[in-house]
Design a protein around this ligand. Structure first.
Ligand SMILES: Nc1ncnc2c1ncn2[C@@H]1O[C@H](COP(=O)(O)OP(=O)(O)OP(=O)(O)O)[C@@H](O)[C@H]1O
Ligand SMILES: O=P(O)(O)OC[C@H]1O[C@H](OP(=O)(O)OP(=O)(O)O)[C@H](O)[C@@H]1O
Ligand SMILES: [Mg+2]
Length: 408
């Protein structure tokens, strides 16, 4: 399977989406056809929160309002109200000592006592993105797929943290394993099939009516048509409604159970939970940068710590330097900034002496066993392993990135 964007390149990928055309569907000059059922009408509505309620225009599902940020005093954070992302989001915030206090589960507003000027609003994920764009929310935690699908290239959306390490999935094309697709294993092969003509295009069932046509157009697929449904898309090929689907995949079980397969070059996007914000809010709303900085620092410190263990061991030695040399001769024992070596004092015949030294290092969880073996190889004994809660760096790299993106 061809590699799609890795999480480290998600921001770059998002920037690409932002810099490319922001129109909802490919232009009519291509032969990519969009079925009329998924074209959304133009709607005019008003923001609930805006005191200077300027109208919002929703064109083809894209919310637009040109005014500056509304003059409310509170900062608003949108969190998923239900579904697979909701509890993981609350758990992450709790792990960052930012527990959300909700009076009862049916109430859609809540607070985080540590962040005094912040309101939490529980919303459906797509509405979080839409409301950030209309200025009714300032920040939100949602899947990257939702940000891109509903953000539709709007450059007011800015990724504050692009890898919150849950909600991992990818958006991918899947075709039947049987029939005319039996020997088709890549997007190129799918595109070259003689079956697809102007009169009889490839029929794709998807909920991603922005990303789907955009991807197919970018990949040069001619003669494609899209239909949409609210779920259980995997049934569409077997029901004869579509030739293939474009949907989110995580374990791959649903595809397998429905006799579908992914294809080389068919991954549109790698996704996981992200923290997204309105650029306008970040620049204009009072106090929001301090609050965002605190949230970001806590997230980064927690996420960095979550991947590491703190390992301590004792070893005999003649000096701290000599022990340090032995430790640093092992490839997995460098720690975050090098090992901490300290003398272990003991009293012998009334005299305080140092025979042993304690080694303290942070090791990536994946390298734990290798590190223990290497500590033993240099004479380490009594190895203790403990979880880390936070690792606060001198400076939060993502904060530096954010200020740069804001031009501050
Ligand atoms: N296997 C998966 N299938 C779908 N989404 C996944 C999967 N794994 C992670 N996700 C993430 O979860 C999000 C969807 O969550 P969920 O299914 O709870 O919401 P939803 O059904 O799209 O929301 P709504 O009910 O508002 O339509 C996706 O946008 C994606 O970021
Ligand atoms: O790769 P898997 O782990 O099998 O997950 C993928 C499935 O999960 C999602 O559906 P969801 O459970 O949200 O149901 P829905 O289709 O009704 O939205 C998604 O739309 C796929 O159908
Ligand atoms: Mg769902």
């Amino acid at each position: 399977m061809a590699a799609a964007a890795t999480s480290s390149s998600l921001q770059a990928l998002y920037s690409n989406y932002l810099s490319s055309s922001s129109s909802l569907f490919p232009s009519s000059s291509t032969s990519c056809i969009v079925s009329p059922s998924i074209l959304k009408p133009k709607i005019i509505c008003c923001s609930s929160s805006s005191s200077s309620a300027s109208p919002i225009t929703v064109v083809n599902g894209k919310a637009e309002r040109s005014s500056a940020v509304t003059d409310r005093k509170e900062i608003r954070l949108g969190l998923p109200s239900k579904g697979r992302m909701a509890s993981d989001t609350l758990d992450l915030l709790k792990d960052c000592q930012l527990s959300v206090r909700q009076v009862n589960p049916r109430q859609y507003v809540a607070e985080i006592p540590q962040l005094s000027n912040l309101e939490v609003w529980f919303q459906r994920q797509k509405d979080i993105v839409r409301k950030i764009l209309t200025g009714d929310l300032d920040l939100g935690i949602v899947g990257l797929d939702t940000v891109i699908e509903y953000g539709q290239g709007n450059d007011d959306l800015i990724l504050v943290h692009d890898a919150l390490d849950y909600g991992q999935c990818h958006l991918s094309i899947a075709i039947p394993k049987y029939g005319i697709f039996e020997n088709i294993n890549s997007l190129d092969e799918l595109a070259r099939m003689p079956q697809w003509t102007k009169e009889k295009p490839l029929r794709v069932a998807t909920g991603f009516t922005y990303l789907g046509p955009k991807f197919m157009e970018e990949k040069g697929l001619k003669h494609v048509t899209f239909s949409t449904a609210d779920g259980a898309l995997e049934a569409a090929p077997a029901m004869g409604i579509a030739d293939c689907i474009l949907d989110l995949v995580s374990s791959g079980t649903t595809l397998r159970e429905n006799n579908l397969k992914e294809i080389e070059g068919g991954i549109v996007l790698e996704s996981q939970a992200v923290l997204v914000a309105s650029r306008k809010s970040l620049i204009q709303r009072e106090g929001i940068l301090d609050t965002t900085h605190e949230i970001l620092e806590r997230l980064e410190a927690h996420l960095k710590a979550a991947g590491q263990f703190c390992v301590t061991a004792n070893t005999r030695g003649s000096s701290m330097e000599e022990v340090a040399e032995r430790v640093l001769s092992q490839p997995s024992l460098a720690g975050l900034q090098g090992p901490t070596i300290s003398p272990v004092f003991c009293k012998r015949d009334g005299k305080v002496e140092v025979d042993y030294y304690a080694i303290v290092i942070c090791v990536p969880k994946k390298a734990l066993y290798k590190s223990v073996q290497q500590l033993r190889a240099i004479g380490g004994s009594g190895v203790l392993v403990s979880p880390l809660t936070y690792i606060f760096d001198e400076e939060t790299p993502k904060w530096r990135d954010l200020l740069q993106k804001l031009g501050l």
